[in-house]
Ligand binder design. Structure first.
Ligand SMILES: [Mn+2]
Length: 343
């Protein structure tokens, strides 16, 4: 695959040519299978815009990012257009399902069509990610809904025999072909676990799940390590420090970690426009501290995704939070690989 050698995005307000970047961000404006509110296909664009202001607002300014070199590829508007078109079909299909027509052959053909394009998207992302990983660059995905990181995780599996996925999320994402879609956002971790390279899935912030989810978690004991938000809250109310809780989480992590960050893992006040906000959740500073502690513990972050950020009607609030999380993810990944200092 021919690598892009220019960037027109100026993520974080810094013009970083792709050939000089240590970290490549692949934007994926895709939300074909989202089940409730839409908007996350606009995530990459809104975060990019919000990121222009970021350089002046952090302790180290833009210097950390400049030193690390972070470049976001141009947003692929053709995928956004396809996502919008296919989503019209999905909305009709989900509505028909709710009315009890899910077995009709017409609906099956819609599912087949959507699975086909979702597979193509995954392969496209995988090919892009592989090309940059081979150039010794670090790669992050900016969604889009939570179905989109699978291509990057598959690409990383070609480089690492075993690694762990640390998932920040209110939802387990363990449904098998949710609503019939193989690549549903609600099935991301089910799909990830099909890769034998993923030795562990550590889920942090869970607070919206079904009995079925809990059964899957129990059946995968030793491979899935769930951390429920309600347990965090109870411990915090009883005086346990966040540092201690972080240490417990870090104890479950092996050396190599992929971070899959669904923005709804955060307190809903920080992501009011995301598709499925849930009360409770992690604070911004708590999650930043957890990431810093992971780096301090000497773990290597091999890749990440940030998904489900949607601009909504709150102007750019969701995107402001999202851009700061993206900044943090890029910095901690770079720092964990010795390419920059924690910023
Ligand atoms: Mn979620």
């Amino acid at each position: 695959m021919k690598l892009l050698t220019h960037s027109s995005t100026k993520l974080f307000g810094v013009a970083c040519p792709i050939e000089k970047a240590s970290v490549i961000i692949i934007p994926v404006p895709w939300e074909v299978t989202v089940s409730s509110r839409s908007g996350t296909a606009l995530g990459p664009e809104s975060i990019l815009r919000a990121s222009y202001e970021l350089g002046t607002m952090t302790r180290h300014g833009a210097s950390g990012i400049q030193e690390l070199g972070v470049a976001m590829l141009p947003i692929p508007h053709d995928w956004k257009t396809l996502s919008d078109t296919l989503r019209h079909h999905t909305v009709g299909y989900i509505h028909a399902m709710e009315l009890g027509f899910e077995k009709s052959s017409l609906k099956k053909s819609i599912v087949k069509k959507i699975d086909h394009y979702a597979y193509q998207l995954k392969e496209d992302i995988k090919a892009k990610a592989l090309a940059y990983l081979k150039e010794d660059k670090l790669v992050g995905i900016l969604g889009g809904d939570h179905s989109v990181p699978l291509g990057l995780i598959e690409a990383l599996a070609e480089f690492h025999n075993n690694f762990c996925v640390l998932q920040i999320d209110a939802h387990p994402g363990l449904r098998k072909a949710y609503r019939g879609f193989q690549y549903s956002h609600a099935s991301i971790m089910h799909n990830v676990l099909q890769l034998p390279h993923i030795t562990r899935l550590v889920q942090v912030g869970l607070r919206s799940y079904t009995t079925q989810d809990l059964q899957v978690i129990a059946a995968e004991e030793g491979r899935i390590f769930p951390f429920f938000d309600s347990d965090f809250k109870r411990e915090r109310f009883q005086g346990v420090t966040w540092e201690k809780i972080c240490a417990t989480i870090i104890d479950t992590l092996p050396e190599r970690i992929y971070i899959s960050f669904d923005i709804d893992g955060l307190d809903a006040k920080l992501c009011p426009s995301t598709g499925t906000p849930v009360p409770g959740g992690l604070e911004f500073d708590e999650v930043c501290y957890l990431f810093e502690q992971i780096v301090e513990a000497g773990k290597k972050i091999v890749g990440f995704d940030l998904c489900e950020v949607a601009p909504g009607e709150n102007m750019d609030w969701d995107a402001q939070v999202g851009s700061r999380i993206l900044y943090k993810l890029a910095m901690v990944m770079g720092a964990s690989q010795g390419k920059t200092l924690l910023g």
